[in-house]
Design a protein around this ligand. Structure first.
Ligand code: CO
Length: 335
């Protein structure tokens, strides 16, 4: 089974002084332990997350990919790198720097490592400029967060950005970040377990229920991380609400389930039954292998869940493991 993993992260080996150019107190930087194999993503003095070498060292990444038989992997920023809350020009400079570092990482094995760019989403004009620049520089698409503070994907500026990506044939991956919490999710990684899937569902529903999908060109290649979060499991609830309440359907002319052909999802759901539901809801042509490697909440044996999915036929499994991503990101599948 050929595998293209379309959802993985990198963090560049930038030190504290480098990050301080954006923000001395909060900008993320990488602290590498003396052995070189582990470290921490830091914010100021505080550890944000313990990490391992595959995150910043492409040789270590390739070793891990070889171990699990992944032919190609698409890397993107760790969401803490987005920089959306900074002044737009400073954020644009930061994004360009991170994007150049992503390409440096991929240059180690350019046929097998591809990158998605980040953009200064708080300024639609600068975001469009960076997306186009990155596309020309070699990025195979962009990754954006699912919201900008109180603005969701149906915000007119975000729709403008998505339309730009459609017009320039730039694929977009939406990743949840900055999870909703009112203080009740302090422990046990609850923001990642409860709020993250809801953030992703919110991103999808904001595009559907606002009618934004009616305005965004059909040519937009759009994907959501983590199997679309809570979306597939709760689609019946949303359809029922659309049928029964006029305030749900007021901006959305068609039943929500009719919009599943407007986007893709990755396969990172960690349960065979969930994957089966996801494929039934989205169709095998709209699910792509994605692992969230090399983080602890990612699939440790990339593609193992898919390899064990005996309810899929060979053709479906092949599309999910590599074919769909090859088409979506325009990657040479013969590698
Ligand atoms: Co991720």
């Amino acid at each position: 089974m050929k595998k293209i993993d379309m959802h993985s992260h990198f963090f560049p080996p930038i030190g504290r002084e480098d990050a301080a150019r954006l923000d001395a107190a909060q900008a993320p930087w990488l602290q590498i332990d003396s052995g070189g194999e582990t470290g921490n993503i830091m914010m100021g003095d505080r550890s944000f997350r313990p990490v391992r070498e595959a995150l910043w060292n492409p040789a270590a990444r390739l070793e891990e990919l070889d171990r699990v038989g992944v032919a190609a992997q698409i890397i993107c920023a760790t969401p803490i790198m987005f920089g959306y809350r900074y002044e737009a020009r400073a954020a644009a400079e930061w994004a360009a720097r991170m994007n150049d570092l992503a390409l440096e990482h991929c240059a180690y094995r350019p046929a097998r490592l591809k990158a998605l760019a980040q953009v200064p989403l708080q300024d639609v004009e600068l975001a469009c400029i960076e997306a186009s620049r990155a596309r020309k520089a070699g990025h195979v698409g962009v990754q954006i967060g699912n919201h900008l503070g109180a603005r969701d994907l149906d915000d007119e500026h975000l729709v403008e950005f998505l339309t730009h990506c459609a017009n320039e044939a730039i694929p977009v991956l939406v990743h949840p970040w900055d999870m909703m919490t009112d203080g009740r999710m302090k422990q046990w990684m609850l923001p990642w377990l409860v709020a993250m899937p809801a953030e992703t569902q919110l991103g999808i529903l904001s595009l559907i229920l606002s009618g934004a999908f009616e305005r965004i060109p059909r040519s937009l290649k759009l994907a959501f991380a983590h199997g679309g979060g809570s979306f597939a499991f709760l689609l019946g609830r949303v359809d029922n609400a659309w049928r029964c309440r006029d305030i749900v359907r007021k901006d959305c002319p068609r039943p929500p389930s009719e919009y599943v052909d407007r986007f893709y999802v990755d396969s990172a759901v960690f349960d065979q039954r969930a994957l089966r539901l996801l494929v039934e809801v989205m169709g095998a042509e709209r699910v792509m292998l994605g692992s969230d490697h090399p983080f602890p909440l990612g699939e440790q044996q990339i593609g193992a869940m898919l390899a064990e999915s005996d309810w899929l036929d060979e053709q479906q499994r092949g599309r999910i493991s590599a074919g769909n991503a090859a088409t979506f990101f325009d990657i040479d599948i013969t590698l």
